[in-house]
Design a protein around this ligand. Sequence first.
Ligand SMILES: [Zn+2]
Length: 411
Amino acid sequence: MRINAKRLEEHFEAMSLIGKIGETGTCRPTLSPEEKEGFEIAASWMKEAGMTTRIDELGNLIGRIEGTDPTLPVLMMGSHLDSQPYGGRFDGVAGVLAAIEVAVTLKEQGIVPKRSIDVISFADEEGWRFNKGLFGSRGILGKLEEGELERTDKDGITRRKALIDFGCNPDNLDAAIYPAKSIYCFLELHIEQGPVLDIGEKPVGVVTGISGPLWWTVKLKGMAGHAGSVPMPLRKDAMVGAAEIVIALNEIASQNPANPTVGTVGTMKVFPDSRNIIPEEVSFTIDLRDIDLDRRNLYEQQLRDRIETITNKHGLTYTISEDTNSAPRYCADWIKDIIRSECVANKIEAPELMSGPFHDAMALSYACDYGMIFIRCKDGISHNPLEYSSYEDLALGTEVLYGTVLKILEK
Ligand SMILES: [Zn+2]
């Protein structure tokens, strides 16, 4: 191997101490002191690779290897160092540390690229703190939406305030934008976060595309009342409606088990949130994904119909606000071909697979060609402290990434 597997492992071990929870978990929220600490150590490794480093106004950490021809569009690679609140050590981290390892190896091999290379840890990929993800990767493309800075976290802190506290200037976000055609391509290595490679006993996979998520926030409104006195037939219980909708989504998403469709309600807020008051207002999130957009649209309509029927039955009113609606995005054939040939060169039999989870690469797919490498992840567990990928697999994938970068630099 040309990359240094031992150094890569040491970087993982060091990063896993930052925001560590329990034995193997991580809580490193976006724009937090923990993420800042992660950025500082990652930046120190980038500097060892001879990179210049900066944190842009969006809260992205960016390291750059200056190419000999600064007029050429950059080769970009990376992922994210923020984690879920009860997350693992590898989600996102793998892509950042693999990219840094590639940069260090390039320096060790005395390779000075013609085009510049940017290694990025994107701000707020995970999307749980402010209920909307891919902030940094959409931000560098100028694709933020109205009101994003005013979104608040659980403690009422706005993204604007969090950015300022992180040292960024939210009034100057345009400074972070990469102009059109300034990115040649984007590469992201990521743990699979699903069981396909593990079941197939394959360490590495070639990603064909990312399925598109539909994210809603649904708000149901009924009528509060004393839990001890209001007779059942007279109730307008928002929680009962919410419970039925949760079941309905589950039924819709699993109507054909052969399809990769998935549907989830992951959060719920109850008002007034008291044991002896009938819930007046319940708001919850919907997450619906599929690689086939027509099918997802069909299921969306089924869900809308069910919500209409259920709320009518219980005398509730409702609103649906759409937080994210992305179409599936497919990887570039020419990059897939290079990744595949690098797997062959490393004697890896790498299957092709779709990604159910979205990634920063999905945002980048609207600006340039992209490719992704998946790493086997034990039992498919992710967004959980039990998440595990072996250092052997991660090193193999990083070696494939290195070879891929070399091939792309020839272009
Ligand atoms: Zn991730």
